[in-house]
Design a binder for this molecule. Structure first.
Ligand code: GRF
Length: 199
């Protein structure tokens, strides 16, 4: 059987890039039939850009200038990302809401990782919000999901993968964050592997 073609991934980040690192490591280890063709960050100081450079991957800082309107920024970002001809665009810790000016350039091909279960804690600080909800007795566990981003909805697209993450009475917020990130690193790679195998 001929080997699977190597899928081209563009990865968008805003910070540490530990999920990017999980993808880079999986590609290098042959656990993911893909290559990261470029990494983009809206934060020039994101450590994830350094992770890309260390992996020999083009690392592009694309901060949004204050005076540029968000749809114009998204249009320009889509052109930059598109110039690397990605098969998939992976939002891994990307902290800006993307408008249709970006999304329509990659229909059905934008994937987002979010550290909460579908519909639970959309938006920022999802882990801290889940921790507080547990402390208040409102939830018994939280989770992680990987989903498509078909439109400007926040963390609300069709689910590609999800996993429950337990919260323990003895947990500090840091304990829960560590447990969630460990699930993210595995779920993101496993979900990417699944969708690539279905192509
Ligand atoms: C992760 O929890 C991600 O889901 C969220 O930002 C955090 C940072 O991830 N959006 P990373 O270490 O930058 O990949």
């Amino acid at each position: 059987m001929s080997p699977q073609p190597t899928a081209r991934l563009a990865v968008l980040i805003s910070g540490n890039g530990s999920n990017l690192q999980a993808i880079l490591d999986a590609c290098a280890a042959g656990r993911l039939p893909a290559e990261v063709t470029a990494v983009f960050s809206n934060r020039s100081d994101a450590y994830g850009l350094e992770r890309a450079r260390q992996a020999g991957v083009p690392a592009i800082a694309c901060p949004k200038p204050r005076e540029i309107e968000r749809r114009a920024y998204d249009t320009a970002l889509a052109a930059q990302v598109g110039s690397y001809h990605p098969d998939w665009v992976v939002l891994a810790g990307w902290m800006r809401i993307l408008t249709s000016s970006f999304l329509d350039a990659f229909p059905g091909r934008v994937i987002n990782l979010h550290p909460a279960l579908p519909g639970a804690f959309p938006g920022t600080d999802a882990i801290a919000r889940a921790y507080a909800a547990y402390q208040s007795g409102d939830i018994l566990h939280t989770g992680v999901m990987v989903h498509l981003v078909p439109d400007e909805g926040v963390d609300s697209g069709p689910i590609l993968g999800q996993e429950i993450v337990p919260i323990l009475p003895t947990d500090t917020l840091a304990d829960l964050e560590a447990r969630i990130h460990a699930v993210e690193h595995r779920l993101l790679v496993d979900t990417l592997a699944k969708i690539l195998s279905e192509e």
